[in-house]
Design a protein around this ligand. Sequence first.
Ligand code: HEM
Length: 127
Amino acid sequence: EMKMTPYDAIGEKKLHKLVEQFYLRVGTHPELTPIFPDDLTEVARKQKQFLTQFLGGPKLYTEEHGHPMLRARHLPHEITPSRAKAWLACMSEAMDEVDIEPGLRELFYTRLAMTAKNMVNTHSSDV
Ligand code: HEM
């Protein structure tokens, strides 16, 4: 049985362009730069691998790095609700830049928004 995944629908080229556009924005966002490294090359490479499998494509991230355990991997970084919102705003702008079919964009963004919410590990009341 042939099954078309969201990864097949977006394609590698567009997904990579999306990730490039996304980190261009992360790299200049005042709320995000304090927690990201100056050189975003490696995180962009990992994000391409991760999003490939997130969208049903080959398990590139897991092959190289093991189980994603994203929440655990984000625990060393202070992720506030405001930073999650900033992350999603960068992603939404990147999606505007790389044109993605509206139905696919909606599905993809909704899943990212759920994941981003789950990464929040610091509330302003903790600081
Ligand atoms: C890594 C921030 C949400 C996927 C990172 C890093 C930071 C970060 C600071 C480490 C960069 C480094 O030093 O190498 C954030 C913030 C988020 C967020 C502020 C807001 C909620 C997400 C979401 C996803 C994601 C929603 C997936 C859909 C990744 C991946 C890595 C990563 C795959 C690389 C992990 C590794 O080292 O193997 N993120 N992130 N992040 N993030 Fe996020």
